[in-house]
Design a protein around this ligand. Sequence first.
Ligand code: GTP
Ligand code: SPV
Ligand code: MN
Length: 609
Amino acid sequence: MTLTDIKHKKLVDWVNEIAKMTTPDNIVICNGSQKQYDELIELQVNSGLCVRLNEEKKPGCVLFDSDPSDVARVEKRTFIAAPTAEEAGPTNNWIDPAELKATMTGLYTGCMKGRTMYVIPFSMGPLGSPISKLGVEITDSAYVVNNMMIMTRVGDKVLELLGTDGEFIPCLHSVGKPLQEGETDGGKWPCAPMDDKYISQFPATREIWSYGSGYGGNALLGKKCLALRIATVIARDEGWLAEHMLILKVTSPEGESKYVTAAFPSACGKTNLAMLIPTIPGWKVQTIGDDIAWMKPGADGRLYAINPEAGFFGVAPGTSAQSNYNALAAASKNTIFTNVALTADKDVWWEGIGYDAPGEVIDWNGNPWTQNKADKSQKPAAHPNSRFTAPAGQCPCIAEEWEDPNGVPVSAILFGGRRPSTIPLVHMARNWNHGVFLGSIVGSEVTAATLDVKAGTIRRDPFAMLPFCGYNMGDYFKHWIEVGAAAPSADVLPKIFYVNWFRKTAEGKWLWPGYGDNSRVLKWVFECCNGTAKTVDTPIGIMPTVDAIDRPEGVTEEDMKALLTVDVDGWLKEVEDIRTNHYPKFGSHLPQELAEMLDTLEASLKASK
Ligand code: GTP
Ligand code: SPV
Ligand code: MN
């Protein structure tokens, strides 16, 4: 198919307009076929941008190494170009849309010289579903095309759905590295210097302009840019929720199933929880999604969740047969690896894969690397934010209803983050608005998933949406309250929980083993939904009694007490921090309901002393 075969005038005009500005050598329309996928991989193998892995061990897999400067999302270079700074809110970077467009037009002018422009029609959500959204990404990166073909539904079918005048979200992307006459990438990952990178959302016109990065959420524009930043704006206008959440199905030994969503910040355990293998007999967990959930009220008032994605862009380090067998199995074939290490027999290796590096490997920078466990300062062979891009359908525990266009009814919503102290293993909100309060105060240690904020420091990451909300976060809190208020009754709404798998001892050891043992917490959540859980009322909310959750191996009763006791002084510090550093940022956009919740929390904590 060529551009002249496309019957959608607005789309053709837009492609022509972008081609005129960016001056690519040629234009390719992506039809989503395996043949096209293979040809693009072949092209990149031949030009040295990636290597094909061992066909017996990892059939259909390739490994890319990115530029060392282009390894994660860049929050400082991410912009919500709403008409006013106030609409973007205190947590987003804002540039006036006209000014930003002028700057970026300058960068885009001639930026695809020497390259091919790919036009990728894609659907977020099952093809043809009434709740799916269609997008078209223009990119000059074949890597982006291959990744988008795994992460979204791409191709002719989308063009058919678009017809002559269907609605689509235009997503423009360039790596920002034009080639001079006769110049090639020479096997090096193309991208632009940091100060030229822009990941821009224009919420009023629902456009995405991304320049200078080829990595993950910066470049696969269906994911964070469309399915979160732009979708939050659409969801606000239409009365639903676009969230940074996994979706799982948990089934009890009695055969009763419930659906649970969970919002944890980047690299804080969504993929792992979504695919966990329970350590408690008879329980089963299956996956609907691992990163993004769109939740809409159904006719019965319940919230129904769909996974808008078609693949997993998962964190590689720490993924082992022990910690996440299902993710490894999903990524065992037809997978794109980025920034992991390459073994001598052309397999992949990373820190926490479950076995030592087999002899000398090639690290993510392309250098020979031999594991030296005695050397604590040895740099990792795989980048901490190295990733696998795997088709969701290959996951052994994918739920059969994962592509149900109607979504699945949600019984429980979890919030969480990495908190070495203070936050207990689990507590339940008293009601919907209290749950919104808990979402609004989420804090977490920063991880390697964002490049320009120091990893390890704790920051507030409300709803795990800090880098992903397309409008004023204070108004987003309000929207959550309104979604609750619009429900026909409180009992159709999901129950809301706050979990923390990341408590540490004074010596810095994990207090809770996590992973499969998190099923023990899911069981308590399940019981709370049925009204059969053993609970105790505390100043911070409803908690399990110390014997309500079966202890995993190696966790003493003492540990369990530490995990489930309210640290009153720690929480008072938390309140103080929220009161002075967090809530004031939102000014008049902070819902009164949340300010009152904070007062109530403080009073209950003080009364309990
Ligand atoms: P994004 O894709 O960035 O949104 O991340 P994610 O939330 O899906 O995180 P993921 O499940 O990939 O986990 C990131 C890291 O956290 C991995 O290194 C995991 O091994 C580690 N992790 C996940 N679950 C647990 C847990 O229960 N306990 C501990 N200690 N670590 C965990
Ligand atoms: C995240 O950072 O939350 C991710 C990876 O899921 S990326 O797609 O790069 O945003
Ligand atoms: Mn994510």
